[in-house]
Design a protein around this ligand. Structure first.
Ligand SMILES: Cc1cc2nc3c(=O)[nH]c(=O)nc-3n(C[C@H](O)[C@H](O)[C@H](O)COP(=O)(O)O)c2cc1C
Length: 180
């Protein structure tokens, strides 16, 4: 009997996080069992955690496990969406000061397929460090869906107007290609 494939969805603190249900529904339709890991900023500003737990049927994790917590099954793939400037740069620099970043470091080291869908404006994207971080992650084998064929940055203060166009399916399509 084949096991249901497990997708970790890592959610950072940017506008599309408010619509993470769209991503989870697409993942379910594609046959994934989705488990969410959120940054503290995503939890504080963007997510309806009870609604997300009800939709996935699993805890949303943002901190290390406490006794009695449900444990996640191992991931077959990981989608980081929306991925912030902050988390992308810290991940590429090896910083693990959130549970999400620690998980990403471990999953990168394990070689689990990971797709990253950023949500950054043109001002953030213009920083040289961001370009270096994307190069670093790509060289580590991560699929960073940015630029041509991926997420294109928007002008500052227009993020709320383009939430409808955030391309969730790209992350799932990228991971589908990675599956046996
Ligand atoms: C309303 C609001 C909107 C934000 N939008 C973005 C965004 O689109 N992209 C981004 O990289 N950061 C955005 N930020 C900033 C991040 O939330 C901030 O850098 C935070 O520290 C990210 O933490 P995380 O990477 O751990 O989620 C936004 C913050 C707020 C409060």
């Amino acid at each position: 009997m084949t096991r249901t494939r497990v997708l970790y969805v890592v959610i950072c603190g940017a506008g599309p996080a408010k619509r993470i249900a769209d991503c989870i529904k697409l993942a379910h339709a594609a046959g994934w069992e989705a488990h969410c890991i959120a940054t503290p900023s995503a939890i504080e500003y963007f997510l309806d955690v009870p609604a997300l737990e009800s939709l996935t049927g699993h805890q949303v994790r943002s901190t290390y496990r406490a006794p009695g917590d449900e444990s996640f099954p191992p991931a077959d793939a990981v989608a980081v969406a929306p991925a912030t400037y902050n988390t992308i740069n810290k991940w590429a620099a090896g910083i693990t000061d959130t549970y999400a970043l620690n998980m990403l470091a471990e999953l990168t080291g394990l070689g689990v397929p990971i797709a990253v869908l950023p949500f950054v404006n043109t001002a953030l994207a213009a920083n040289r460090v961001f370009e270096r971080s994307i190069t670093e992650l790509r060289e580590a084998g991560i699929q960073v869906l940015f630029g041509e064929g991926g997420f294109t940055p928007h002008p500052p203060r227009t993020g709320e107007t383009i939430l409808d166009r955030y391309p969730w399916p790209l992350a799932l399509e990228a991971l589908a290609q990675d599956q046996p």
